[in-house]
Design a protein around this ligand. Structure first.
Ligand SMILES: [Zn+2]
Ligand SMILES: [Zn+2]
Ligand SMILES: [Zn+2]
Length: 252
């Protein structure tokens, strides 16, 4: 299987609108971060985790022509605001969307017209919502995937495990029920926001320590801010850990 990082940035993306800091002005392409999302591929099949506000440009760059399913980690704007742009490919074939019930409610409030029977078909994407539950494996368009509970501030949201890879973004704690489900990983993808602590995201040090405890063969960090220079951070990380960057491809 192949995973492509479509975005590795926090909710603002990097550069941040209106900011002229060194990272936002950086010429290094690894300091440009769209909103966090990954595409999984196996043969002709494609599954997406999260569809944030950059979905349209990410999909155009990837020449995306179909999607077999979408998984949502949670309902924050930077993870769901691209769902309306699924319209054109969803008209070819309806797209199953898997999310927990809280996230489906958030999507319903953000996009009430997705669920209305009125108007023309082209006014809304053809999405089939399915409820995912942490700890209960599911199969979506041929992909066996395990939703995992992770802490995001006061909320529990979903991470996902596919084979020996786990994708845990927007995370500031691994609850006890998830610890046994993230053993024996070849690849861990873990959210890490910035050097300073934050109430709903791991800082860089917290993420590094959590990754050390989980002990995957390789760890990649994602969802980071303009407080982080990719190359400088990469040099300080232990063996087997690295910041991801937009466009990075992993085989697993
Ligand atoms: Zn986020
Ligand atoms: Zn900046
Ligand atoms: Zn979030």
């Amino acid at each position: 299987m192949k995973l492509t990082f479509w975005g590795t940035g926090t909710s603002t993306g990097v550069p941040v609108v209106g900011c002229d800091c060194a990272i936002c002005s950086s010429e290094n392409p690894r300091n440009r971060r769209r909103r966090a999302s990954v595409l999984l591929e196996q043969g002709p099949r494609k599954w997406l985790i999260d569809a944030g506000p950059d979905f349209r440009s990410q999909a155009l760059d990837a020449k995306l022509d179909l999607l077999d399913a979408v998984f949502l980690t949670h309902g924050h704007a930077d993870h769901v605001l691209g769902l309306d742009d699924l319209r054109p490919i969803s008209w070819k074939r309806a797209i199953p969307v898997w999310a927990d019930s809280v996230t489906i409610d958030s999507v319903r409030r953000a996009f009430p017209y997705f669920f209305s029977k009125g108007d023309g078909k082209t006014s809304r994407p053809q999405l089939e919502f399915h409820q995912a539950q942490a700890g209960i494996p599911l199969v979506a368009a041929g992909l066996a995937i395990l939703p995992l509970a992770i802490c995001h501030g006061d909320s529990k949201i979903l991470g996902f495990r596919v084979g020996n890879l786990a994708y845990l973004t927007d995370c500031n704690g691994i609850p006890p029920e998830t610890v046994p489900l993230v053993q024996d990983l070849d690849v861990l993808i873990l959210g890490a926001l910035r050097p300073n602590p934050h109430p709903t995201h791991f800082s860089l040090d917290e993420a590094t320590e959590t990754a050390r405890q989980i002990g995957a063969k390789r760890t990649f960090f994602t969802h980071f801010s303009h407080d982080v220079d990719h190359d400088i951070w990469a040099r300080t990380l232990p063996e087997g850990m690295a910041p991801a960057f937009d466009g990075l491809v992993l085989q697993f």
